[in-house]
Structures are given as C-alpha cells and as structure tokens.
Design a protein around this ligand. Structure first.
Ligand code: GDD
Ligand code: MG
Length: 357
C-alpha cells in the first residue's frame, strides 16, 4: 500500500554562506550538537510518523548515502535522487517526481532548525483543500527570506522572494505540503526556483495556496551567525530535537574530548569528539568540531572551529569561521566575520586588531 504522506528533503545547495566549512562537507552534514544537522530534521520527520523520505541531492551527493545508507538506523526508508547539475529548489522537487507514490508530499529545505509540529501543517493542508500549503513564521527582518502575505482566511496572496521592501514580516519557513500532481506540473530539464517561479505562477493562475502560520522555534542555519546560534539553542534546549533527550546546559562536551578543569564553557558551546581545550580557555557560544584544539588562555566567542583546526594560546576568536585544519597562531585576534580557509597557518601574533606589542 502506498504511504499517505512522503517527505522530500532538499539538500543540494552549495552552502556558500558557510564556506569554507562547506568546501569539505555539505551544509546539512555539518555537526550541530554532536550530530549532522540533517539528523535532527530527519528525526523530527520520523517523530511525525513519516517513514518514506527522499533526499534530493546535488552538491556532494555521495556524502549523504555513505552516512545514512537506507535510513533504517533512524527508522526511515531513505532513498536518494541526485541532480547531475543543480536544478534549483523547484527543479529539485520535480526531479524526484518519479520516486513519489503518495498523494501528499511534504517538502523541506534541508537547513531549517524548527520546532513546528509537522502533522499540524499536513492537517492545515487537508482541511483547507489547497493544492499547496506553506509553513510561515514571523521574523524581525524578512528581507533575506521569501515574504508571504496572506488574506484573512489564511490564503496566500503573493510570494516575494528576498524583496528589499517586504509588505509583511511573515516569511516562508521552508516547509511545504504539495498535492503530488502539482509537482508533476513543474517544468523539466532546466533549473527552476520554487520560490521565484513555481509559487508566483500558481498564484497568477488563481490556484489555492494556503498558509500554516505558527510561532514555534525556527531558524535557517545557512549563515555562520545562525549556525552558531542554532547549535547553541540545541545545546541549551531552546531549539527542540528528538535526538537530544534533555537540555545539556551551557555546554556539550562530546566523547573523548579533553577539557582543562579551569576552562570556561558557556553559551551553548559544543566541544567535538577528541577535541582539546587548554587551561584557562574561555569558550562562549563556540562550536568546536571534532579533533580541534583550543589552547591555553584562548577566547572563542560565537565562532566555529573546523575539524582538526587549532586556536593558539591566548588567541581571541570572535564571530569567525576557521576552516578545517587551519592553525591560528598564539595571540592572534580574529574578529567580525573573518573566515580562515582550510589548512592556512597564521603565525603567532600574525593578525591583530589591537596595537599592543
Ligand atoms: N536538490 C537541490 N538542488 N537542493 C537545493 C538546490 C538545488 O539546486 N539549491 C538549493 N537547495 C536546497 C538547499 O540545500 C537548502 O536546503 C534549500 O534548498 C534552500 O536553499 P537555501 O540556499 O538555503 O535558500 P535560502 O535560505 O536562501 O532561502 C530559502 O529558505 C528560506 C527559509 O529558510 C527560500 O525557500 C526562502 O523563501 C525561505 O524563506
Ligand atoms: Mg537556507
């Protein structure tokens, strides 16, 4: 018997805003609170009672199947459909059409950390009789998202992707419910944006797209700032995840990490497997990937330290991304959006913002 609801997770993006971390790993596979980000989303899908999940892959497609296999360890039946050339969000949805058997298809952007009850979105869809339902949330600055006004009945009236002049603070949260036949109408053989082409064209035809609006936890993990905050929110129990049994407190220290007794770990910091934190170091909202080293007296705030990277003694790293196996010399200062490329070695005191010698 065909399942009543199937899920598709779009994971084919290049994750450019998270470079250089996404040079080696696709964005959904970056570790957050000890698991690839995607595992939190897949666990939420499973928790909603959905077991048939397709991953729509493109960039670094092989990584997903190597890690998740048939999905049985998560209680899922996972299949993979790969675009040889990225087809965009709409093209990615159309590309899996032949793998879909259910009449109702839940589509997820693969980089959203959320607490919405997925079943409620499906219920809104079936009750309204719409052909497509969009999950919407309210944010303070809608300009980086798809802005989605609705009428008093909850019907979507427009879809304005990344507009500088948003008419509402209600945005596309990146979860959609589609009647399967609508997916079959998406053009084939070329890149298509679901946000810029499919939704506006359906609305122009007068088709019924409905909104499911709520105020559950929501964050797009696509930028370093959001990645760091989302990770910290998972650790502190602010963002829900079925695979984190309870809030970990101010920090999560994973297996085989070695943290000096007088190091300070706060703000939802994660110290990865086999990582080391030296004496007197202070980590506040830091995401330290597996095998990285933060040496004595270093300060790491709201930053990501890539796999096997090193932060030298007394260094200050704030709002920065450090690529895999890069080495930041002692007493360096890296601030405000700095990105250090993988393998780069910065000598002791080599980058400073202050003028002290
Ligand atoms: N398969 C496939 N192929 N997936 C893709 C492709 C592609 O060519 N391009 C992007 N994706 C996936 C990404 O991996 C990501 O999971 C999802 O589609 C959305 O792409 P992003 O690049 O993260 O888009 P965004 O964050 O700028 O904007 C989107 O998400 C916002 C909410 O988080 C839009 O849907 C906005 O309207 C929305 O508000
Ligand atoms: Mg995104």
């Amino acid at each position: 018997m065909a399942p009543s609801v199937q899920a598709l997770v779009l994971v084919g993006g290049k994750g450019t805003r998270l470079r250089p971390l996404t040079l080696s790993a696709p964005k959904p596979m970056l570790p957050t609170a000890g698991q690839p980000f995607l595992t939190h989303l897949l666990a939420r899908i499973r928790e909603a009672g959905i077991t048939d999940v397709v991953l729509g892959t493109s960039f670094k497609a092989e990584v997903f199947e190597e890690y998740y296999g048939d999905g049985s360890s998560l209680g899922l039946n996972l299949t993979y459909v790969t675009e040889d050339q990225p087809l965009g969000t709409g093209g990615g949805i159309r590309n899996v059409y032949d793998s879909l058997t259910a009449d109702t298809i839940l589509v997820f952007n693969g980089d959203v950390l959320g607490g919405t009850d997925i079943r409620d979105v499906v219920t809104t869809h079936s009750e309204s009789g719409a052909e497509v339902t969009l999950h919407l949330v309210k944010v303070s600055d809608p300009r980086a998202f798809g802005c989605v006004p609705t009428d008093a009945s909850g019907r979507v009236t427009a879809f304005l992707e990344k507009t500088q002049d948003p008419p509402t603070n209600q945005i596309n949260a990146g979860t959609y419910v589609f009647d399967r036949r609508v997916i079959g109408e998406i053009p084939v053989g070329r890149p298509v944006s679901v946000e810029r082409e499919v939704f506006p064209s359906l609305l122009a035809q007068g088709r019924h797209i409905h909104a499911h609006v709520d105020n559950a936890y929501w964050r797009d993990m696509g930028t370093p700032e959001d990645f760091v905050r989302g990770s910290a929110d998972l650790v502190r129990g602010i963002a829900p995840s079925p695979i984190i049994a309870q809030r970990c407190g101010e920090a999560l220290v994973l297996d085989d990490a070695d943290v000096a007794a007088n190091a300070v770990l706060i703000g939802g910091t994660v110290v990865g497997r086999g990582a080391t934190v030296g004496s007197g170091a202070r980590l506040d909202g830091a995401v330290v990937f597996d095998g990285a080293m933060v040496e004595a007296g270093a300060v790491v705030e709201r930053s990501i330290v890539g796999f096997g990277a090193r932060v030298g003694a007394g260094a200050l790293v704030r709002d920065t991304v450090i690529g895999d196996r890069a080495s930041i010399g002692a007493r360096c200062e890296l601030l405000r959006g700095a990105r250090v490329w993988p393998e780069i070695q910065i000598p002791d005191g080599g980058v400073r913002f202050s003028t002290d010698v």
